[in-house]
Design a protein around this ligand. Structure first.
Ligand SMILES: C[S@@+](CC[C@H](N)C(=O)[O-])C[C@H]1O[C@@H](n2cnc3c(N)ncnc32)[C@H](O)[C@@H]1O
Length: 199
């Protein structure tokens, strides 16, 4: 789900892989470069598939864009067969919640919200999923690569830099911010991997 160019989908070995994304161009890239020939243009929150048809639903680094993570998790549960797996990877936050989500939104207006791990687990458990594994890991971002990935104007880029430089000392420490004078070199955030089972 939200496959983009299909790199995460490619990590699974399966007889058939169905890819969805909100972006027609991404689905085309996934088809042309990775060979995924069953693309469906769709929001993660409204999956155009029948009930209980998949063995596994995977989604990596996309749920923070979704209008309603709750609807997406509902849909993941609905389309999975009994005993199927839901493998989710996304950015997660804890006390830096408000600040990091604000920074992400300055960079990318399509960012909605990275959730706390406990929120994701609670949403999935409320749907009926059983948590099999949850693992958090740190990801260091080369700042320029990250901040320029969406081709911002120079003014927009500088506003992202400024927002990081103006963080409190506590937040800079939490994000392991590396700077050289007024230049931001890197920051580090948290990603989490969840494996849920439909029971
Ligand atoms: C960072 S990319 C995902 C990368 C990909 N999953 C991977 O691991 O290689 C985020 C993707 O989410 C898609 N997207 C954003 N909002 C969406 C939504 N509500 N439903 C489905 N896809 C969405 C975007 O079009 C984009 O392709």
């Amino acid at each position: 789900m939200a496959c983009a160019a299909g790199h995460f989908a490619k990590t699974f070995s399966a007889d058939k892989i169905y890819t969805t994304d909100l972006s027609f161009n991404m689905l085309k890239t996934a088809r042309d470069s990775m060979g995924f020939d069953m693309p469906v243009l769709s929001r993660g929150e409204f999956l155009p598939y029948l009930d209980e048809v998949f063995d596994l639903v995977g989604c990596r680094i996309a749920m923070h864009h979704f209008m309603s993570p709750c609807m997406f998790i509902y849909e993941a549960f609905r389309v999975l067969k009994n005993s199927g797996y839901f493998v989710l990877i996304d950015s997660v936050v804890d006390f830096e919640d408000a600040e990091l989500n604000r920074l992400e939104l300055i960079r990318d207006s399509t960012h909605r919200r990275s959730l706390r791990m406990e929120e994701i687990i609670a949403l999935a458990e409320a749907e009926g999923f059983l948590l099999e594994t949850a693992q958090v890991f740190l990801k260091r971002h080369d700042f320029d690569e990250w901040a320029r990935r969406l081709n911002p104007s120079e003014e927009h880029y500088q506003s992202i830099v400024q927002a990081f430089l103006e963080l409190s000392a506590k937040m800079k420490k939490e994000l392991r911010l590396e700077t050289e004078g007024d230049k931001v070199i890197s920051y580090t955030d948290k990603k989490a991997l969840f494996v849920f089972k439909k029971v």
